[in-house]
Design a protein around this ligand. Sequence first.
Ligand code: 16G
Length: 240
Amino acid sequence: MVDKNSHVPIYVQIEEILKEKISHGEYAVGCAIPSERELSETFTVSRMTVRQSITQLVNDGFLYREKGRGTFVASPKFEQPLNGLTSFTEDMRARGMEPSSNIVTFEKQLPPYDIREDFKLMDNEEVFFIARIRNADHKPMAIERTYIPVKLLPDLNEEDLQGSLYNLVENKYGFEINNAIQQMEATIVTKEDAKYLKLEATGVVLIIKRTSYLANGQPFEVVRSAYRADRYKFISEIKR
Ligand code: 16G
């Protein structure tokens, strides 16, 4: 129960109690938790305090809200290892899930300055710009915005991108993908991405920028992705 004399804020104590119930399966995945009113009676605290705990658990991916229906227990987050250069398709298949994409944009364009620099392109050389919503079992996980030099994959088309880009690069074009450099930061989702990812306006995303290279050292993609922070955690093993 809640200890009102503790130096640990009450909303944090409630959060811990609810987390424990989730991890023990007392509150099962997909099931509704008790209402704010019920919880505030159980813990003899205000509804505001209960709401604060719940909001924190929603932001941390333990719970999700559905308008007019209540608050439910979320599936555990995906644990994505950070030590292999894998594709979204491979990652989802390895989990026994079905990958799919909704292509939001597919076009050729003159790249923005920084992208032109990344690829070391001439002023008049174009890139493909592709925005794809990536789904696992039909649920949006991420939106990826990818730049690829047109001269590298000249007949890339929208239909091909329903499947795996890495599969095309390796098997249709016969290139060897070798390594990538990746950076990650957290931010509040943009209005546009909230719509694509079906997130609330205050939802948090992990922004990942990946530049991937072929075996000959040539960069072939620059990708900026927004991953739902409530569905993903990235894991790496570090050795001393
Ligand atoms: C991953 C990569 C992305 C790559 C994509 C290819 C991250 C952050 N991003 O999502 O850079 O373009 O896989 O996936 O991991 P595909 O082969 O399924 O199209």
